[in-house]
Every structure is written in C-alpha cells, then in structure tokens.
Design a protein around this ligand. Structure first.
Ligand code: NAP
Length: 278
C-alpha cells in the first residue's frame, strides 16, 4: 500500500515537473489572443519558458509581461506572419539552441460562407496556416525531441474535424488534417518519449468567430478558452486526441454511427444557424 502511494506521488511529481518531463521551453503559435494566449499562460504556470509567435507584437508583449511577472519564467516574442515564405527558417533561427520541449500548433482561422464566394487567396492561405505550417514546425522541432527522448506537440483540430461541414468546408478539412496528423504522429512517436495530441474544441469564446464571419452569439455550450487549454494540459501524454465538452464529444462520436450523408446535412444545418441567410 505504502509503495503504491509513493509510486503515485512520484508519478504526479514527474507529471507536474514539465521542464524535466518535456524540456525548458514551449513555443506557442497564435499566442496573441484566444487559446494561444491561454496556452502561453498555463504552460508558464507549469514553469516553462515561453516563446510566443504571431503578428500582433503588442498583444504578445502584454501576455509575455504578465506571465514573466506572475510565474518568473523567461519569454521570447517572435513577430512573424506564418504564411510568409521565410517564416519557418526565421523561427528556427530565432529559437536557436534553446531546448524546445513543447510545441503548440495553434495559429489558425476559418471562414464561414459559400465556397465559391469566399476569397480564393484567403482560403488558400488558410490551408497554408492551418496545415502546412504545423507540418513544417513539427518537422523542424521533433527531431531534437527524438534525440533527447522527450517532448510534446499539440495540434489544434476542432469538432469540425469529425465530419465534413458544408459552408465551412475548407476549414473543416484543415482541421481533419490536424486531427489525423496528430493521431498518426502519436502512433509514430509514443514509444520515443514524445507526447503528441490533437485538441478539438467546440465553440470557444475567442476572436475566432468574428474572423470566421460567424454571426451567432454564444450558445449555452460555448466554452471558455482557459478551460479548453486546461483540459489539453491535463490530457497531454494520456491520449492521441481529446474533444472538449460532453455535448461536443457526443456530437463528434455520433458522426461515426450515422450515415455520412446524414451527418454532413446536419453539420450544414448547424452552420446555417451560425450565419442566417447562407
Ligand atoms: N474558438 C473556437 O471556437 C475554436 C474551435 C475549434 C478550433 N479552434 C482553433 O483554435 C486555434 C486558435 O484559435 P482561437 O479560437 O484562439 O482564435 P483567435 O483568438 O482568432 O486566435 C488566432 C491566433 O492565430 C494567429 N494568427 C492568425 N493568422 C496568423 C498568421 N498569418 N501568422 C501568425 N499568426 C496568425 C492570431 O495572431 P495574429 O492575428 O496576431 O497574427 C491569433 O493569435 C485555431 O487553430 C482554431 O482553428 C478554435
């Protein structure tokens, strides 16, 4: 009995010591707002040093100052538009020889509307930001993690990843990509000491909705960004993917049980509620 208690205490202590568990630094893309800013805060709460990446440098400076003061960790702010062609080499250069233990592939956006009416460049850039950038950053930083035998990578998927979503078709496809990428890499790296996980929030209160042209105001199942991040941090290393919220979980998994055409039609009807007039 005493041995079991000691083993559990030891395991919990190891789980809470994220610097030892994964490495000194965490890099969060899209750290200027929403889920990314909360990842920065909560990983700093785990005593990790934080690299914040996004375009709005003033917003990141505020988050960086807040977490330096509150948690006595180091921060680095990288002002970078991730869809620029030199974005990945720039970030690799800025990170330098820091021990990057946690990578949060969070930056992303979606746009609701008729596919042919949505701006072509905006949709192609979305595919780049949501899909190509996570592949490139993970490829750059996972090899040193393998050499150290420890590390973690989180990919932002979505409840939109679990079925096709009319009027949100490109975005949903990018999120399926992230979910499958996360789960595939989980299978590849789980025996190499690296925790990979796909995180699927449902409707979460951030700036995402206004960028996506979602008109519906938040409903009863809308989540707080900090709660979604808290779940991700709690589940990292325990599962290949996680959906936030019971209703979202039931929605995601019921899509497996009903005919594909039915689940696509239901998802389309939900999107019409998000933006009446579609
Ligand atoms: N909120 C939801 O309901 C929800 C649900 C499911 C999944 N998600 C996913 O969660 C992730 C975070 O979104 P959020 O909800 O926190 O939305 P958000 O508040 O709009 O944050 C998006 C972040 O991405 C950054 N970003 C956008 N374009 C960029 C670019 N070209 N280069 C660098 N950074 C860029 C933004 O920073 P700058 O503008 O400063 O560059 C911002 O920090 C996304 O991948 C989204 O798909 C959100």
């Amino acid at each position: 009995m005493t041995i079991v208690i000691l083993i559990n205490k030891g395991r919990k202590a190891l789980e809470s010591d994220w610097k030892n568990r994964f490495g000194e630094w965490a890099l969060v893309t899209g750290a200027s707002s929403g889920l990314g800013a909360d990842f920065a805060r909560q990983l700093a709460g785990k005593k990790m040093n934080i690299i914040l990446v996004a375009r709005r440098v003033e917003r990141m400076n505020i988050v960086a100052e807040e977490i330096e003061n509150e948690y006595a960790v180091q921060t680095q702010v990288i002002e970078q538009d991730l869809i620029k062609s030199d974005a990945i080499p720039n970030i690799i250069n800025e990170v330098g020889d820091k021990e990057l233990g946690v990578l949060i592939n969070n930056a992303g956006y979606g746009v609701l509307g008729n596919f042919h009416e949505n701006d072509y460049d905006y949709q192609v850039e979305m595919v780049k930001l949501n899909c190509v950038v996570p592949v490139a950053l993970t490829h750059a930083f996972i090899e040193p993690m393998v050499k150290r035998g420890k590390g973690a990578v989180i990919f932002l998927a979505s409840t939109a990843a679990y079925q096709a979503v009319p009027f949100f078709s490109v975005y949903a496809a990018t999120k399926s990509f992230n979910l499958f990428l996360a789960e595939g890499l989980w299978g590849e790296y789980r025996k190499k000491g690296i925790a990979v996980m796909g995180l699927s929030p449902g409707y979460t209160e951030t700036e995402f909705q206004s960028h996506a042209h979602i008109k519906r105001t938040k409903g009863p199942t809308a989540a707080k960004s900090e709660d979604v991040v808290e779940l991700a941090i709690r589940k990292l290393g325990k599962t290949p993917s996680v959906v936030h919220g019971v209703v979202n979980y039931l929605g995601a998994f019921s899509a497996r049980l009903i005919p594909r055409a039915t689940s696509v039609k239901l998802a389309g009807a939900l999107m019409k509620m998000m933006r009446p007039g579609l």
